[in-house]
Ligand binder design. Structure first.
Ligand code: SF4
Length: 404
């Protein structure tokens, strides 16, 4: 194990979990001990119970969701991850880069359906790989996709939305340029394992998935005081120790900068049209177990998110394991990253959450933790967010209706 580790003084799950609850975090060594035994009843049940208790202590029965619109500004990407179904080649009939008037039109639709978050999700630096995309950008006066993205975020923000950008690797200068129009930004850390860049592995052809590069961007976002979403992708060839190390790295980042607003625990599911189609997906029980470990490792300030459309039928077990956020659910657009997995309707999600003994509350793309803390948002973004917020810092549906 690495830095931040504490010695295992007991291999009894009850002692480990009591200590994790008392100290508000689970050590790396204890996390690995639990992970390796999570299939055993004597470990699994206490683990889920402790994770649920940790979540209840920090957030009571509250579970949040963001009503969003998904804007995949371009589905061109210079990387080729072995599990990706999002990126397209420029000659594909499905390749698309959104025009600014399409962003404006989607923004109007989103405002009128009560959305507050414009999720800008796009491929990584396609201008490096594709001459046609460079020409497309230049015709419009832009050198890079990141420059164009700033303009798209401005259009959406001025149209009444709060953008959240996830554009792959951005430089610190690019993040600084996006900050005046974004309520938060994100990048899945995915995994700290450099092994995944090796031959035959998930990230062999994805230079932007170099863990060091991704960690540096997280660090630089912290220096800029940008509320930041991260996460781990599980089941892409990493092992249990590497998952624990990824969670440890996320916890350390938040310890240093206090900017990690949420951590997504996203399971990889094999799909027929990807290079990793023959890979074995994780069982539902494993996914739930890793949610519980994330909950206990990350401490009370970082929300743990599991996308409900990737775990249909698993909502109650995920809540039991300490999930505190369902991510973005869109009444307007599909999940372009996982188009085969339909979003649950918000009402159905509310009912399922309620049936599991929890209460669903809509949030903004920035959580109350960073909305109320000075210095984390550009003043104009903060003002816009506060106009859409309840006194607790969650989304106020009445304010959205008035704005529409
Ligand atoms: S970086 Fe993202 S969009 Fe690009 S290939 Fe990888 S998963 Fe797909």
């Amino acid at each position: 194990m690495e830095r931040g580790d504490t010695p295992v003084v007991s291999s009894n799950p009850s002692d480990i979990l009591r200590r994790a609850l008392d100290e508000q975090r689970l050590s790396d060594a204890d996390a690995l001990w639990l992970a390796e035994r999570m299939a055993e009843d004597g470990v699994r049940e206490p683990l889920l119970e402790a994770a649920g208790e940790a979540k209840a202590r920090c957030q009571g029965d509250l579970v949040t969701v963001s009503r969003n619109v998904f804007i995949p500004l371009t589905n061109l990407c210079r990387d080729r991850c072995a599990y990706c179904t999002f990126a397209k080649q420029p000659d594909s009939p499905e390749a698309k880069t959104w025009a600014l008037d399409e962003v404006a039109s989607m923004t109007r639709g989103a405002v009128s359906t009560g959305c507050t978050e414009a999720l800008f999700c796009l491929g990584d630096k396609p201008e490096i790989a594709y001459r046609s995309h460079r020409a497309w950008l230049r015709e419009r006066g832009f050198e890079t996709t990141a420059e164009y993205l700033v303009e798209a975020c401005r259009v959406s923000f001025e149209g009444g939305m709060l953008p959240h950008t996830n554009a792959g690797i951005l430089s610190q200068e690019e993040m600084a340029a996006l900050r005046p129009w974004n309520a938060s930004m994100g990048l899945m850390l995915e995994s700290t394992s450099p092994r995944l860049r090796g031959k035959g592995m998930a990230h062999q052809y994805a230079p932007d998935k170099e863990p060091e590069v991704r960690l540096r961007m997280h660090e630089e976002a912290g220096e800029l005081r940008i509320p930041f979403t991260t996460g781990l992708l599980i089941g892409i060839g990493e092992n249990a120790a590497e998952r624990v190390d990824t969670l440890r790295a996320i916890r350390d980042l938040d310890d240093r900068h206090g900017h990690i607003q949420e951590c997504i625990v996203q399971p990889f599911h094999p799909k027929p049209d990807i290079r990793m189609r023959a890979a074995e997906g994780l069982t539902d029980a494993e996914v739930v177990g890793w949610v519980a470990i994330a909950r206990l490792m990350l401490g009370p300030d970082v929300q743990v998110q599991a996308p409900p459309n990737l775990a249909p039928g698993m909502l109650a077990p995920l809540l039991r394991a300490g999930v505190s956020d369902w991510g973005g659910v869109s009444p307007v657009t599909v999940d372009f990253i996982n188009p085969e997995a339909p979003w649950p309707a918000l009402d159905a999600l509310r009912e399922a959450t309620h049936d599991a003994g929890a209460r669903l509350v809509e949030r903004l793309p920035v959580y109350p933790r960073h909305l109320t803390q000075p210095g984390f948002l550009d003043p104009a973004v903060r003002e816009a967010a506060l106009r859409l917020a309840t006194p607790t810092g969650h989304a106020d549906p009445d304010a959205r209706r008035e704005a529409a």
